[in-house]
Design a protein around this ligand. Structure first.
Ligand code: 8OZ
Length: 374
């Protein structure tokens, strides 16, 4: 039996009843105008909530400047806070917990999302290879971002703090800082995207500074035990990739250790494009196995897990909880299905991003399937 997946786990003050976590998942279905969480979004999260289960929200832009994809629900306007309140109410009414993911895309944005059509901001004026997603759902080459002025970095940190405070007002149970997948914080962490010559660039210590300052500012709002950080040490998403990930992330994780976070959330290389990288990460072991010894707190791991491999990772002590993405999209009652060893609905990739209820709130639970069969 899957005894490890269904044993309790404390994350900060939260007593979880099981370790099947819903991963943060961009779905691009916020209501327009204003990128406001809608009643449909609340229904979707409510469907996936379980008593004592943990959900991490989709990335929520901390500001207009931090947004880079259409219809992603932000956490910087009163209307958005109100919209999120309905989401957290839906999750809480089922006895679940939900953290908001604080997201700033940096150079992965496009001027169509920006106030006054300005260029996106980044640590350095280096364009990502690949295609941006414009505000009207078009794909166009990335623009060269503007390097953020050092005088504006304290403002950026204030923006994270304000977004964290907004998440508290919206009734969340904690926040996760998105430090993965080629977005702003990772752009600062990694040498290829951070060519700054001030105290936020150059050495590993300097490149890590923004992340640590954001964690500290957000922890002042929430208490560090209600704050998580997500990293993708071997990822290549959004034209990211570090030549010496062990050295960089070894340092990052040792520094984070001192801040007593609720959890660290790692994405496994196999799920973040490693293997296709120009740098050869084909044979990297699991990130959880590699970094577990360096991390003394709770560890959530994500990346292509199935129920059996998830149970095995927990049994081996490689992680404390497993985050499921695609399986949670297709199975609103994923924890119950796993617990019972029930069949899982297949996911439908064309409806992952954008659209309405189809491929969002219409995947059947076991109960729905039973009713349909009667
Ligand atoms: C897929 C599509 C759009 C955004 C990430 C927030 O990679 C995302 C994302 C994923 O972390």
């Amino acid at each position: 039996m899957l005894t490890n997946l269904f044993s309790p786990l404390a994350i900060g003050p939260h007593e979880l009843a099981h370790r099947v976590v819903m991963a943060p998942l961009t779905r691009m279905r916020a209501s327009q105008p204003g990128n406001i969480p809608s009643a449909l979004n609340a229904e979707y999260y409510g469907q996936r909530a379980t008593k004592g289960g943990l959900i991490i929200s989709e990335g929520s832009p901390v500001s207009l400047v931090g947004q880079g994809m259409p219809a992603t629900p932000g956490i910087h306007t009163p209307e958005q806070i109100e919209g999120w309140q309905a989401v957290t109410d839906a999750v809480h009414s089922k006895g679940g917990k939900i953290f908001l993911q604080l997201w700033h895309v940096g150079r992965i944005s496009h001027s169509s999302h920006q106030p006054d059509g300005a260029l996106p901001i980044a640590p350095s004026a280096i364009a990502a290879r690949g295609q941006a997603f414009t505000a009207s759902f078009e794909r166009v080459p990335f623009e060269t971002p503007q390097a953020i002025d050092i005088d504006l970095i304290s403002l950026l940190i204030d923006i994270y703090a304000q977004a964290a405070a907004n998440a508290k007002q919206a009734g969340f149970d904690g926040v996760e800082i998105h430090g993965a997948n080629g977005y702003l914080i990772e752009q600062f962490l990694q040498a290829r995207t951070n060519q700054r010559t001030d105290q936020y660039g150059g050495s590993i210590e300097n490149r890590t500074r923004l992340l640590l300052e954001v964690v500290e500012a957000v922890s002042k709002i929430w208490g560090s035990e209600r704050v998580g950080v997500r990293l993708s040490p071997f990822g290549i998403a959004n034209d990211s990739g570090e030549d010496d990930p062990l050295r960089l992330y070894g340092h990052v994780i040792r520094e984070l250790n001192r801040l007593h976070l609720g959890y660290l959330h790692l994405i496994e290389p196999r799920a973040s494009g490693a293997g296709q990288a120009e740098v050869d990460h084909k044979n990297v072991p699991s990130a959880a196995e590699l970094f577990r010894p360096a991390w003394s707190g709770k560890l959530i791991v994500a990346g292509n897990f199935r129920p059996d491999t998830a149970e095995a990772a927990l049994a081996a002590g490689h992680a404390d909880a497993i985050a499921f993405g695609r399986l949670f999209i297709a199975n609103p009652d994923l924890p119950e299905r796993i617990r019972r060893g029930a069949a899982l609905n297949p996911y439908h990739r064309p409806t992952f991003y954008g659209g309405g209820a189809e491929g969002y709130t219409d995947y059947p639970s076991l109960d729905d399937a039973m009713e349909a069969a009667e």
